[in-house]
Design a protein around this ligand. Structure first.
Ligand code: BES
Ligand code: MN
Ligand code: ZN
Length: 501
């Protein structure tokens, strides 16, 4: 991750290889920005606008090499339903343009405070956070397994200076940068884990990573191994693990900053380190990216990292059931009936509906904490991808206030959630002829029927299920999400917990 610092002053006072300036499209705000940040370019930029080359529209960029230095102008657009997301994107676009130069040091200008207030509208600090998130997350690349690391290439961006020309805003800027750097580290942690191949991040490696994070940040971490998983009668995790060469793990982390006896929030993350489908095996093309089937676990670990570094005054428990879903000789068979720790019997009709089996164990385990709320996050169904593509996470749950808070957190972080219903009729679709439940519904409504299965194991706890199958990993890069793992859920859940504290 490049270094990130806060600075004050116009370009002539700042030493940088490229100056990037976000500019809104509305005429007076456009002029004000140019006048206050780069008055020496006034004529040049006016000419650009008159010629129709740059008008400050969203997604518009222009690059100028002048005697005063190299400049990247990026459009902020007008008052925009996208709010502060526009700033993340503009920052990311600015980095992409700047990277075309040999530019070790980039100065990225904050929009004028007045503009922030008018068109975003969020606090200056929040804008600073968004600038850093957009800039740094866009520079991420997964190169743990490359000889030549992207950030070691010559001329790559080594430092991003976030600069304000508003007097008296430096301390707010510094505070925003600090918080944003923690968020970016946490998202990168999640991206790295999810992008790592299954032969590297297996259940044991995931558990070791959790233990390392726990030790570093003072989060109590306990790893249950197979004998303890057996002792806890975790029938779902053990069933899915039957086809594997490797033992399962069950990760328990507890963050409690002030050591208070608060009711905890429990986060449950699906930790399928590879999903071959089991004996209900997936076709090759559907299996290609199944190393990311532990993205829920990665999001939970990233969130634990962020809240511990931010020292949020709350109590949070993380539960991660971890195994791969393979086809070994002892594998779970379609038709098998398994028993969960509360005695519920499940007829497994399809071994590829494995996520719900391991999550059920974690949801049952969560009850011992008498939590304020349980939130599970999982790459659970292809059906949610059919419904929402990669633009929203499917949200289902039993508590209106939690759903509303998540919705707000989703809009603020642009890790948006969209609710699907949990009508009683859907529960009928999960009834088995010979056991208490079966693990698949019918052909339709797969995201909801999966959630109805989970609901059975939540008792009367306030509970939310987030299906990130569509959002956790993407085929086509966006401004600040490269192709592959997005680290989705980290900013959403951290923001949610900030709101709940
Ligand atoms: N891990 C998959 C869901 C998934 C699909 C994640 C696409 C990411 C992208 C899950 O375990 C699964 O296989 N679900 C099945 C359930 C079905 C058998 C009821 C599915 O959605 O096809
Ligand atoms: Mn599956
Ligand atoms: Zn899966």
């Amino acid at each position: 991750m490049p270094k990130c610092t806060g600075q004050y002053g116009t370009p002539e006072r700042i030493q940088a290889d490229v100056y990037a300036i976000p500019i809104p499209s509305e005429t007076t705000l456009f002029d004000k920005t140019v006048k206050q940040i780069c008055p020496e370019l006034r004529n040049l930029i006016s000419a650009l606008r008159e010629n129709g080359d740059f008008s400050g529209k969203a997604d518009e960029t222009v690059t100028l090499a002048t005697e005063e230095g190299r400049f990247v102008l990026v459009g902020l657009g007008d008052t925009d339903a996208m709010g502060v997301e526009r700033v993340r994107r503009a920052a990311a676009q600015a980095m992409k343009e700047a990277a075309k130069f040999v530019a070790p040091v980039v100065a990225l200008y904050c929009p004028l405070e007045e503009i922030v207030r008018k068109i975003l509208p969020v606090s200056f600090e929040e804008t600073a956070v968004a600038m850093v998130e957009g800039a740094l997350l866009s520079l991420y690349s997964y190169d743990a397994f490359r000889k030549k690391k992207a950030d070691q290439k010559k001329g790559q961006i080594r430092e991003v200076m976030i600069v304000t020309v508003d007097e008296g805003y430096q301390s707010r800027l510094k505070k925003g940068i600090q918080e944003a750097q923690i968020m970016v580290e946490a998202v990168e942690l999640a991206r790295n884990l999810a992008n790592a191949p299954a032969n590297v991040v297996d259940a044991d490696a995931l558990a070791k990573e959790a233990a390392t994070i726990g030790k570093k940040l003072g989060i109590k971490t306990v790893i249950l191994k197979k004998t303890e998983i057996v002792a806890n009668k975790m029938g779902g995790l053990l069933a899915v693990n039957r086809g594997s060469e490797k033992d399962p793990r069950f990760i328990v982390m507890e963050y409690n900053d002030k050591k208070q006896r608060l009711k905890p929030y429990v986060l449950v993350g699906k930790g399928i380190t590879f999903d071959a489908g089991g004996l209900s095996i997936k076709p090759a093309s559907a299996m290609e990216d199944m190393k990311t089937d532990m993205s829920g676990a990665a999001a939970v670990l990233g969130t634990m990292y962020a809240i511990a570094k931010l020292k949020l005054p709350i109590r949070v428990i993380a539960l991660i059931p971890a195994t791969d879903n393979m086809t070994g000789g002892g594998a779970l068979c379609p038709g098998d009936i398994i028993t969960m720790s509360d005695g519920t019997t499940v007829e497994v009709r399809n071994t590829d509906a494995e996520g719900r089996l391991i999550l059920a164990d974690a949801l049952l385990y969560a009850q011992r904490y008498k939590p304020a709320a349980v939130i599970d996050i999982a790459t659970l169904t292809g059906a949610v991808v059919v419904a929402l593509a990669s633009h929203a996470t499917g949200m289902m749950g039993t508590d209106e206030e939690l759903k509303e808070t998540l919705q707000v957190a989703g809009d603020a972080t642009y890790e948006r959630v969209w609710e699907l219903p949990l009508f009683d009729e859907y529960a009928k679709m999960m009834e088995s002829d010979i056991a208490d439940l079966k693990n698949i519904g019918g052909r339709w409504g797969g995201a909801v029927t999966a959630a109805m299965f989970l609901k059975h194991f939540t008792g009367d706890l306030p509970w939310i299920h987030l299906d990130i199958a569509g959002t956790a990993s993407i085929e086509k890069a966006t401004d600040y999400q490269p192709k592959g793992a997005t680290g989705i859920g980290v900013r959403l859940l951290t923001r949610f917990l900030q709101q709940m504290k």
